[in-house]
Design a protein around this ligand. Sequence first.
Ligand code: PXL
Length: 290
Amino acid sequence: MNQIVPQKSPAVQAAPPIVLVFAASDPSGGAGIQADIMTLSSMGCHPLSVITAVTVQDTLGVEAVLPIDADWVEDQARAVLEDMPVAAFKIGLVGSVENVSIIAEIVSDYPDIPLVFDPVLASGRGDELANDEVLVAMREMLLPQTTVLTPNSMEARRLAEEDDDEESPDLAICAQRLIAEGCEYVLVTGTHENTAKVINTLHGENGQIRSDRWDRLPGSYHGSGCTLASAIAANLANGLDVADAVRDAQEYTWQALAAGFRPGMGQFLPDRFFWARAGAGEEDNDDAAS
Ligand code: PXL
């Protein structure tokens, strides 16, 4: 592993921007590290994947989660970080308090690299994916290092909850509390809100930066949050500023969802390579005609 491999001629191509993801395996290919790898690849990045947990699941639900030992999480990350330059980090499902702690330690060695953190607490179908101890650890150790936090509205409320709240505060207040914990930007997604359109709002330290409205698509999707957060990381790695990265990532995600497919008996999955398949039929016809 430590051997230096001589470069082959002709000259090695310039590498695409590299994004390191900490996330869990979802064998259905809907969410998790598989969603991240597809999204980052589709958006022109090279993904480095550090597995935090292994899940057993299909398109209907999560059956089990096995967190990986924190030592293994550290070894996976340190090996590739010592070898390759990274342009952005993305964190998804973390698996355990120990993993939160080691991930926080690793990213603290790279303070200038943008970090997108999708604070996964539950699947869209309601399976719990982080307990209260993990939530507290995320708040204390990861939020202060986050460039863009991407909670859905339910995660924003849970993360921002304070003991003396009588009722859940407004989402803009939740976002300000999360920024007070140390995140630079918070993108609260509105899929779970009872609004005609899906409204996603980006907040910064001086308040709302942008709010985007999207037509609600029929059907229930698995992996939309992972796709959105990875797309933001890809855009940041490609040099976009945060507001543009967030705007473009939503457009990409909406298109992936609109092109979604239902491979099994449960939820729809986004097609992160919609552009590779779109119009493939017409092209074939053109070829046949020429
Ligand atoms: O969508 C959040 C998520 C992230 N990572 C894994 C998941 C899920 C949701 O089910 O299974 C591995």
